[in-house]
Design a protein around this ligand. Sequence first.
Ligand SMILES: [Fe+2]
Length: 241
Amino acid sequence: MSGYVDLHSHIVPGVDDGSESMEETIKMLSMAYDEGVRTMYATSHFGSGKEKYDKTYLLEQLEKVKKAAADIGDEGIVILPGNEIYCRSDSIERLKNNEALTLNGTRYILVEFPYEIRFDDLFDSLKKFIVSGYVPILAHIERYGCLYKKYENIAQLKSTNVLMQVNCSSVIPKLDARASYIRKLIKDGMIDFLGSDCHSTDWRKPCMQSAIDVLKRKTGEKILEKMLFTNHEKLMKNEFI
Ligand SMILES: [Fe+2]
């Protein structure tokens, strides 16, 4: 597989607070293509109250995005299905019922929580996904108070097989005051995936290459290779990372 993988996006139009039209989606895809992205997960919100779709409509829209993405640039972008699942008491049941989507039908799920959640509650909820056979990837971990500059908490989650995703914009100093801490986590091999979490052409817009340019200056090649390519190859094969 060539090019970068964007694990987290709101590229499907008219289903959540992301892209509002197919026209906007195509502009976002072109920007992502120019940033080197060739695979993108469409992770529309699920369970957060931001979604405005039924699953049939989402899947129809997703098919349209797939077709449009195949025509972007010379190589096209491959769009894969998923959801950003806002953890609720019925999330596992809704996954089992195939209402919520795992990442490309694998055991991996992208999951988010209220940002003010207590660490113990976060840990317990994530463990429930694991016990039920899923591998949770915690979305934009930089946003949680119980993880920000709480290195030991992140290590504890990682030791139970929780994976970590950060947003591209969060490693760029001019875009995020937390950037140096996030870069340190990446340098230490604590982060497993990058995602744009793009919502539009200007709000959290695609900026994969800009983030990687910053990281290349300070992060070892092996760590970057794993975060950008190897981990995703394993995910696609449904193997454990
Ligand atoms: Fe998101």
